[in-house]
Design a protein around this ligand. Sequence first.
Ligand SMILES: [Ca+2]
Ligand SMILES: [Ca+2]
Length: 365
Amino acid sequence: MAGNNAFGNLNICMRTSSTVILACILASALQIFLFSPISPDLLQLPQPSSAALLTNKKLQEVAKIGEGLLDKPEDVCFDGEGILYTATRDGWIKRLHRNGSWEDWRLIGGGSLIGVTPTRTGGIIVCDIEKGLLKVGEDGVSILTSHVNGSKIKFANDVIEAADGSVYFSVASTEFVNWYLDVLEAKPHGQLLKYDPLLNETSILLDNLAFANGVALSQDEDFLVVCETWKFRCLKYWLEGERKGRTETFIDNLPGGPDNVNLAPDGSFWIALIKVTSDGFEFVHTSKALKHLLATFPKLFQLVKGSHKKASVVKVAADGKIIDKFDDPNGKVISFVTSALEFEDYLYLGSLNTNFIGILPLKAA
Ligand SMILES: [Ca+2]
Ligand SMILES: [Ca+2]
């Protein structure tokens, strides 16, 4: 009898444990679906084109400038006098003078400054993820534009000023400020915007872009390149000529997600490429359940994100062909390179994972 009782108790115990485990699983699943901040689509990450050049280690040769002074300098630009500017995560615009001295130039605050570009009238324009576009000059900081069609501009990402004073800029996502949530949702929430300083008006040129990122003008300013990070491609938007207002693919199947793009002196473009996903985790993008799980527990992003594990930049001719490529294949010296800018035969590299700007001589490279 005692044996039977013990067996019965064990049975009840096991049934209770199973019920508790099942209830926990159901509750977790319910929590994930109820609290998931995304409504995801599946995403097939593009395969790099066979025209992409082989991986090398050239970015491991970078020298580091401003080391220790620069907190995640996402973008870099030069003014007409050759002064370098960058916006740092601790809310500063810092600049490097020709004589090699760094200056903490303007404190804007917040942790949301990224893309920068010089203006014809002096100073720079900076993208503030929270506030929109800011003009930063000797006389201080002002908001250039913060709204479009009555809505607040969120996640301005990169900006360029044309010779006629028009300012073109990207909005990465109208939904998310966390870039990986936008990747996981895989719905195109990005835009290309134009600010007209004469009319003091901001308008939407392109909508439904897949994390609109870098923006650059061609040498003749007849077209503009805008990058779509998680589609691994950049578009060409025509500003002049017969095709004015039309959009076509500039380059696709890039060997990484394009971030910032900059015109090179020879008319080609330098594009920084992000490793969006760690090797072996690509399957995450093809499962809605896993996307919900990750989006609900963002600490898991570190497992899946590949951005901190590699750096790549490509040089793409005006006809959309890759003509050069530099990598740090395992992020040994520099990783998460977001910007590559050529100036006086050197390539300057911004990154969201460094406390310096990388610099590489192009003649010797
Ligand atoms: Ca820029
Ligand atoms: Ca960017």
